[in-house]
Design a binder for this molecule. Structure first.
Ligand code: FES
Length: 436
């Protein structure tokens, strides 16, 4: 069977519906031989307004080549694109809308499988949410991070350094000309932000959950291996369709536990907690905040990545990326989880050899000498947050983890910017209604 023949637009009579659809498909250049092939949707979040996705066209072409080579029919379709810095008031407001768009377009069209192509912060979780609900064979391909920026010998990272250097400018330690030169080097190449922010984190956890090919999260966007990975992704989705392997079989409770372990080991973004809970919710899986805390207490912190460390995604990729972290954590992971390779996590890791040069151990620590004994994210509860609050202690200086001081509450980011200069360094800052 092929998607051409199933799930046709309804004209009352199912056979007439297929007859009519074939007439229109012929106009697209397809013939009888094609009507027997699996139809692979390529859910493309490319948009000229989303700068993190501007390099998608050749990636999508590579996916199509892979699909065609293995006997599928690739059909690209657009969904909402959420670029973090060009979406007002905040891209997070539209994540669920994007998830709905993804889910319904997968469901509504004659697809046997789908490749999800995303990258900027909210597109990856939205696509995974939609695919989890639609539940046809699916595989994710993120666009990859930017290359490192550099200014006067210092590595620049978007967008950890956007705020850092703006504050340096406000403090008078960077002048207008330096600020302009930094601005020109911050977003250094095609790709999403290259620190372990939300975009890199969601790619990382997606790979850890088995929804993306091994190694795909960290490879920089301009790296030629990403095009080959895209072609492999196209080949693999046809194989997934033939095997009938669906997201609900990959995204099990154990797969989410693996993702949380890796999240903790890489010191990923606190936003991942919100997104993982939402993806799991689409499958009826409950991930209580306490689970993140429990796993964090027994997962070593291994990846020395900004903003919780020194390096960036380009360096992480050279050190082995997500597979290297998973290899170090192997005995803590559920190794029998199936992945989009159609092999288990344990089988994938058995074929992986971590790059051996000593310098890579600075980027991804070995298990016997972790950067810290526990993970990057912790959950707090108390009178200020009775339902729990997520913090990233590894991104804070140790002296900030125990602090007594006056608290100043701002009711918006604008309020904070207007009054921040009145705040002394010993104060505790709280911003209400701030979701990024
Ligand atoms: Fe797209 Fe940072 S703006 S990932």
């Amino acid at each position: 069977m092929s998607g051409w023949n199933d799930n046709a637009t309804s004209y009352g009579d199912p056979e007439f519906s297929v007859f009519l659809r074939r007439a229109f498909a012929r106009h697209l250049g397809f013939d009888d031989i094609d009507f027997r092939k699996p139809v692979i949707g390529i859910c493309n979040t490319y948009s000229e307004v989303n700068r993190c996705h501007t390099h998608f066209p050749p990636l999508v072409e590579a996916v199509k080549r892979g699909v065609l080579m293995t006997g599928g029919i690739p059909l690209e379709f657009p969904t909402i694109s959420l670029g973090e810095v060009f979406t007002s008031p905040t891209a997070m407001l539209y994540r669920n809308l994007a998830a709905l768009d993804t889910e319904e377009m997968i469901r509504a069209q004659p697809l046997d499988g789908v490749v999800l192509v995303g990258g900027c912060d909210k597109t990856t979780p939205a696509q995974l949410m939609g695919a989890a609900s639609a539940d046809i064979p699916s595989i994710l391909l993120t666009g990859g991070p930017m290359l490192n920026g550099e200014y006067e010998g210092r590595t620049l990272g978007a967008c950890t350094d956007c705020r850092f250097y703006w504050q340096e400018y406000r403090a008078g330690r960077v002048d207008v000309q330096e600020l302009e030169e930094i601005n020109q080097a911050l977003a250094a190449s095609a790709g999403h932000c290259m620190v372990m922010g939300s975009a890199s984190t969601m790619a990382t956890v997606a790979e850890a959950m088995g929804m993306m090919l091994p190694g795909a999260a960290a490879l920089p966007a301009p790296d030629n291996r990403r095009l080959r990975l895209a072609e492999e992704t196209g080949r693999q989705i046809v194989s997934l369709v033939q095997a009938g392997l669906r997201p609900s079989q990959i995204l099990t409770y154990e797969a989410f536990v693996n993702a949380i372990r890796v999240l903790q080991a890489v010191g990923g973004s606190t936003n991942a907690v919100i997104h993982l809970v939402a993806i799991a919710g689409r499958l009826g899986i409950d991930l209580p905040l306490s689970l993140f805390d429990e796993l964090g207490r027994e997962t070593p912190f291994l990846a020395n990545l900004r903003p919780a460390g020194r390096f960036q995604m380009e360096d992480f990729a050279k050190a082995g990326g997500v597979p290297a972290v998973m290899k170090e954590l192997e005995d803590l992971l559920h190794r029998d989880c199936i992945t989009v390779t159609q092999h288990t996590v344990g089988e994938n890791l058995a074929g992986f050899h971590r790059p051996q040069h000593e310098k890579y151990r600075e980027i991804i620590a070995v298990r016997s000498h972790p950067l810290a004994e526990n993970g990057g994210i912790a959950i707090l509860t108390g009178n200020l947050a009775p339902n729990g609050a997520v913090i990233k202690p590894k991104a804070a200086a140790p002296q900030l983890l125990t602090h007594t001081g006056r608290a100043v509450v701002f009711d918006s980011v604008e309020d904070m910017e207007a009054r921040i200069d009145e705040v002394k360094t010993t104060y505790i800052i709280s911003i209400e209604y701030c979701i990024i």
